[in-house]
Design a binder for this molecule. Structure first.
Ligand code: IFM
Length: 444
């Protein structure tokens, strides 16, 4: 039996736009994801988050679902456009009431709430004024954070500011695969700065409103490995790590942006004003790590050439096409421990999409169980070797709106039949509840 620490939190994660639906109800303003998903050709099959999992109306059932599985912590996100429909200005009482009821319901069920303040649904009104290209958006985020924490901070003890700023900046502004759909690589760097600034300003705001709360940010970290020992591969891997991991970890740790990646990007850091780097490095209590896969890096000047060794081919992929590489979770946790001094870590997301099918009322997702089992073993290994991981949040409680893939990818422990909204716990959900009950993995 691989036992986890006694107070370890076993949780699940979701995000507002991916599950709530009710986009036009109770005063919620439009978000960039409404606009993006209503734009023809942006989301597979024209899917939108209009209804999603209808969690806005079914939240009590969803809490009961978690409770039946024995879930100890729920990481959800708060929709900024429900709280402040125009992004800044007067808060919307009905939006605050929704999360107030949700938090009370979770606490009554013995489930600890871990809200994230921003999981990509920026109010459209702020995008109209420049979105994350504008420094003012960072200030507006801090104000909005203060409103939410002012209302829920008597019951919520842990706050997460941003989810995966890499994705917001690279996919939203660089590639255009996510809202707001810009495809302009030079926008990525100022956007990352404004996002990190927003995080730092929000941490300051949260400290004022709820001085005893724990605060952190969620990064999607990914270990990068050279395809061979060739110096070109090794150099390219260092840069890839700079762009993917260090670009965020370094400024949060008070080291500023990584010089090598900044030089390579050509960003002149014009948006970095005096004092910004110390705001970004405002001390936090925890780091949230989302882990899904790894990258194998080929140096640019080796592309197409005969290689000094064969790069490993991925042996196993999820339905997203992401390589299953559980050792990567161990490696990235060890790297963070070795190179930084974040107090504690939570795995704020990990999980896999598979082509699940509901047959005779059952989803036999043994592939997902195998994926989870191997990741839990690597997580356990990192904890044994001294990484202070306090909890694990499985992505996701239920199948949901997978951004540009719409409803075509299923990550849930619970199968959602979208036309009827019926939830069916998958075999992996049953299995996860045995892990939770045992606080560990049966060695077999
Ligand atoms: O669904 C997303 C989530 O919103 C952020 N992290 C990755 C998940 C799977 O792609």
């Amino acid at each position: 039996m691989l036992r986890f620490p006694d107070s370890f939190t076993w949780g699940v994660a979701t995000a507002s736009y991916q599950i709530e639906g009710a986009v036009g109800e109770d005063g919620r303003g439009p978000s960039i994801w409404d606009t993006f998903s209503y734009t023809r050709g942006k989301v597979l099959n024209g899917d939108t988050g209009d209804v999603a999992c209808d969690h806005y109306h079914r939240w009590e059932d969803d809490i009961a679902l978690m409770s039946n599985l024995g879930i100890g912590g729920y990481r959800f996100s708060i929709a900024w456009p429900r709280i402040v429909p125009a992004g800044r200005g007067a808060p919307n009482p009905a939006g605050l009431d929704f999360y107030d009821r949700l938090v009370d319901g979770l606490l009554e069920a013995g489930i600890t709430p871990f809200p994230t303040l921003y999981h990509w649904d920026l109010p459209q009104a702020l995008d109209d004024e420049g979105g994350w290209l504008s420094r003012d958006t960072a200030e507006a985020f801090a104000d909005y954070s203060g409103v939410v924490v002012g209302r829920l901070g008597d019951r919520v003890k842990t706050w997460l500011t941003l989810n995966e700023p890499w994705v917001s900046s690279h996919l939203g502004y660089g590639k255009g695969e996510h809202a707001p759909g810009h495809a302009n690589w030079s926008e990525v760097w100022p956007v990352t700065h404004h996002l990190l600034l927003a995080h730092g300003l929000a941490v300051q705001q949260i400290r004022e409103v709820a001085p005893d709360a724990d605060v952190g940010i969620v990064l999607n970290l990914e270990p990068q490995y050279p395809a061979s020992e060739h110096p070109a591969d090794i150099e390219a891997t260092r840069l890839a790590d700079g762009y993917w991991n260090r670009w965020f970890l370094d400024p949060l740790a008070g080291r500023g942006y990584p010089e090598d990646a900044v030089a390579d990007s050509g960003w002149n850091q014009a948006e970095v004003q005096p004092g910004d780097l110390s705001v970004i490095a405002e001390p936090c209590d925890l780091l949230g790590v989302n882990f899904y896969s790894r990258k194998i890096i080929v140096g640019a000047d080796l592309v197409g050439e005969e290689r000094p060794g064969t790069p490993p081919e991925p042996e196993e992929l999820t339905e997203m096409g992401w390589e299953v590489y559980p050792e990567g979770l161990y490696d990235i946790l060890m790297k963070v421990k070795r190179e930084y001094d974040f107090e504690t870590i939570y795995i704020t997301e990990n999980g896999a999409a598979y082509p699940d099918e509901l047959v005779d009322g059952r989803v036999e997702d043994d592939n997902r169980i195998s994926y989870l089992q191997r990741h839990f073993a690597q997580l356990h290994r990192a904890i044994e070797e001294g990484v202070d991981v306090r909890g694990y949040f499985l992505w996701s409680l239920m199948d949901n709106f997978e951004w540009a893939y719409g409803y075509s990818k299923r990550f849930g422990l619970t199968y959602v039949d979208y036309p009827t909204q019926q939830r069916t716990v998958k075999k992996s959900g049953e299995w996860y509840s045995t892990v939770i009950a045992a606080n560990g993995l049966p060695s077999a």
